[in-house]
Design a protein around this ligand. Sequence first.
Ligand code: PGA
Length: 246
Amino acid sequence: MRKKIVAGNWKMNLNKAEAEILYNNLESKSYPDDVEVIIAPPSIYLNSFSNASKVRISSQDVSANNNGPFTGEFSAEMLHSINLRFAIVGHSERRTFHKETDLLIFQKVEMLLKHGITPIFCCGESLSDRESKNHFSVVKSQLSQIISNLSPKDFSEIIIAYEPVWAIGTGLTANPQDAQDMHSFIRGLISEEFGSEISELISILYGGSCKPSNAKELFSMNDIDGGLIGGASLDSESFESIINSF
Ligand code: PGA
């Protein structure tokens, strides 16, 4: 059975007081036993939330380097030392604004796995990739480093988030069948390399304007195991409603 997961990516939002209110609100609720709830607050707040019990805490990023002269960065070892067990990598905002390459993202994945942290690996095509019908090949190439270079054991630790760039923060959502087609394509690539036992274990989340009004339909698709939620995770009611959408 694949894990159902709803992860909230807070991005660079909320001051400390606002973040605490949202966190305390989420920690005071109960969630379905079969759904893992993860939140990824800005890194400046990670340490103060690391004792969470109802939700799991994720970083939004990590350095590809180990400790050393890398001003402003933080390492997988540091995340591990504050008991964090998840980190998002390869988000399209990092790929776009910080020019992160597939190779750099792969190095981050390796660093996380070395420290026992689960990478939430993001991939997804731009609008022009989709319009030119290159979306499958773009996503395949984003995944190629981790698929060709990780051992089956390491790969089975990963969570994948398919996030079409044109749907992120825009209010446009992939229609459930298009999202399902991409998730099934991704699972197929994993199966070709690692076999169906592993491909059937990997949770593949959908991200991109996922909200209470469309989560149920998206999560009902065969290969969609949950969501990576941006905007709608900043409001506890809408985030809870998405968590209860399976
Ligand atoms: P969104 O963001 O839900 O606001 O579209 C999703 C994401 O970037 O992870």
